[in-house]
Design a protein around this ligand. Structure first.
Ligand code: CP
Length: 311
């Protein structure tokens, strides 16, 4: 292969222009999702960790673009149980597929896979590290609802330690002059490395442990997260913090009119069901936006441009 590989491992490498370009592509796919752009391509989805939205939206994206999909949803049915290494698995799959979408429980697994793979690799989540395709759909959701990505107050609530989606989101937002409000119990606060990242990139942030109308009222985007049970080594600690913040409809009465509630989903208890019909709730539409954002990502790593798709 002579062409440079175009893997998507982290959102941190994407410029403002590239992000806005991918959002324009997503917009184009939302306008018309079914296009035979990939009828000669095979997309592999390798999920070493459970998923509903990410895998199904990537597979739907590939199907709606005319590609065929191979892959697995459970590593127990693969030869990794016989001791096959990640490198060998990636080398094998790259014999069969034109692009690999991979979720893995190890931080750094996607970067490693991209380094050994002859075909592009898309990170569908690596441990508590990064989830760049989620971030692109989050950015698309923010852009659609706010009309801009610039100068917004974004309040991140819940598990900011293990939640990879919030780590990716704050890195992507560095281009757009945000103000972040981090709301987490001390045990799940934003890791120091991401606070250093904010300071180095001039991203304003405040930290709070309280969560009520006063904190909600300042937000343009209220980004709720699940406490990531699967990342805890001490389940007693999980039990202590799992229900610390629960958003209920009566907490939203004085929120900004256009404030939207995002959540990468799945939710457990952190958003009460009475919020679902509230005009501020946007998390189900957000998940739908994932289809268009992932169509844009698959096309981009396969060198299909906005001009190609807009024809
Ligand atoms: N948001 C997200 O990554 O959901 P899944 O774990 O269901 O893919």
């Amino acid at each position: 292969m002579t062409k440079e590989k175009r893997s998507l491992v982290t959102i941190a490498n994407l410029s403002r222009e590239k992000i806005l370009y991918l959002l324009r592509m997503a917009e184009e796919f939302e306008r018309r999702p079914n296009r035979q752009l990939l009828s000669d391509k095979v997309v592999a989805t390798l999920f070493f960790e459970p998923s509903t939205r990410t895998r199904l939206s990537f597979e739907t994206a590939a199907n709606r673009l005319g590609a065929r999909v191979i892959g697995f949803t459970d590593p127990k049915v693969t030869s990794s149980t016989k001791g096959e290494t990640l490198k060998d698995t990636i080398m094998m799959v790259s014999n069969y597929a034109d692009v690999i979408v991979m979720r893995h429980y190890l931080e750094g697994a996607a970067l490693y896979a991209s380094e050994v793979s002859p075909v592009p690799v898309v990170n569908a989540g690596d441990g508590a590290n990064q989830h760049p395709s989620q971030t692109l759909l989050d950015l698309y959701s923010i852009y659609k609802t706010q009309g801009t990505l610039d100068n917004l107050h974004i309040t991140l609530v819940g598990d900011l330690k293990y939640g990879r989606t919030v780590h990716s989101l704050l890195m992507a937002m560095r281009h757009f002059n945000p103000t972040f409000h981090f709301i987490a119990p001390r045990e799940l606060s934003m890791p120091e490395e991401y606070k250093i990242y904010c300071r180095e990139h001039g991203i304003r942030f405040e930290e709070h442990e309280e969560f009520g109308p006063e904190e909600i009222d300042q937000a343009d985007i209220l980004y709720m997260t699940r406490v990531q049970r699967e990342r805890f080594t001490d389940l007693m600690e999980y039990e202590r913090v799992k229900d610390v913040y629960i958003l209920k409809a009566d907490m939203l009465r004085t929120a900004k009119e256009n404030m939207k509630i995002l959540h990468p989903l799945p939710r457990v208890n952190e958003i009460a069901y009475d919020v679902d019909d509230n005009p501020h709730a946007y998390y189900f539409e957000q998940a739908r936006n994932g289809l268009y954002a992932r169509q844009a990502i698959i096309c981009d790593v396969l060198d299909i441009t906005l001009d190609n798709i807009a024809q």
